[in-house]
Write a protein that binds this ligand. Sequence first.
Ligand SMILES: Cc1ncc(COP(=O)(O)O)c(C=O)c1O
Length: 516
Amino acid sequence: MGHETMQRDSPENALPPMTPVTDLDWDADRARELGGHVVALWGEWLDRLRSMPVGRRASAADVRAAVTRDVPTEPMPMDELVASLRTIAFDHATCTGHPGFMAYITGSGTIPGAAADLLAAALNQNVGGWRLSPAATEIELHLGRWFATKLGLPPSAGGYVTSGGAMASFVALKAARDARAGWSIRELGTRAGPPLTFYASAQVHDVNTRAADMLGMGRDAVRLIPCDDHLRMDVGALRGAITRDLRNGDQPIAVIATAGTVATGAIDPLDEIGDLCAELGLWMHVDGAYGGVAALTDSLRPLFHGIERADSVALDPHKWLYTPHSGGVIVVRDMQSLADAFAIEPSYVHDDKILTGRGLDLFALGPQFSRGFHALKIWVSLLAHGWGAYERRIAHDVALARYLHQCAATHPELETMGPAPALSIACFRYVPRDLRGDLSADPYLDRLNERLMSELQLGGRVFPSNAIINGRFVLRACIVNFRTEAEDIDALVEQAVALGRAIHNGEITGAATSVS
Ligand SMILES: Cc1ncc(COP(=O)(O)O)c(C=O)c1O
């Protein structure tokens, strides 16, 4: 310090004056100008949402040509910038919030959540460290405890926001592996002990097997257990698989129960799985990425009996709490398990928590270091809507799936596939009248329904997806969309029949996989 002062004081050592570089430092008026344009586009987008096509027909090359360009050296004029945002929004975005969107498990995006995301980005909190995000960290931890309490977990439980369900399950399975391996696996790795195993139903989402891969256990370490007629894990078969592995010297670690499978919404027998885990000392993880939030509602809670026994639960607000992408939640029975699995102590992060009164640093509880304020969109949505709105809408989504199941069951050219909806997924296929009951027609019906799904997605009114049930290709609608109503289900049925007929009669052709 003294040295610098001396240098400045002596004329021959004087430093040249520094010219400020302010290009990036937009003032509040410029921020308001761009923000105003963005808010105006958002409003227009909401006004036009119902009349826009839900899916788009443009090819990847067309989209690339329309939305990408060289990065300019000088600022793009505001009107050009806004025009490019308009192209993205109105010409080349899939309208996941359109009432006809029923595909995969993609929520419609809450409006308060979108507003909150803008503010979260503006505040630019780094929710890895408490001192960099005091309110954000406390809100995120409060949210984690709120989910845990609603699930019926004890006071030691809590959680935080992840990028989605895949990361929530990865975090949980890392905690499970480290808690149950029985050696210093974080230091010595998996090679220092016997092969570790996880157990999941054959309907488990592939992100769980990928988690085993990322944990150094290999995908085959997830034993896929057969299911009953309702596509729920067969707990007798689960016990058999664990017994066999123990006999062979493998070390069972965790059972991954699914509360709402991606194909049909089946809920594994959670209480029975809880019994087995308690008996054998295994970690019980519940992949509730799709169905888990339904366990928070009074009306559907009985379907999830036993979820309160879990060591960890993956939830996904960007699915059935409808919040904008992305944001999942990991909830654990004991927050200490996350510290045990993820703690690090970077030497450059000095913190005197007694002096400062600061709270928990989330970087030490998960795989991310710097983290965004993704909890705000979930939090603001819950505050702005109130929980009652979710209770009503989630129950309505289930009623709509049952309505679709009924429509398909009573239509002479449709066939329901798989069990009746437990949650908000209904599956069916188009079967021409002349092929009803003809078992040998299945391979043809698979191809017909594959083409039908593509045509429906390209059609612009409805956007279902597919599942494979008992080896057969089926159309699948998953209602996690607060704009979908019965008229949209009717439109799906009408279009599936009209297009199915046209494909079967050879009236729709063109370059695509052949149906015949
Ligand atoms: C049961 C289940 N688990 C995990 C995932 C993955 O969740 P995400 O896409 O949020 O990572 C999904 C996605 O559909 C799912 O249905």
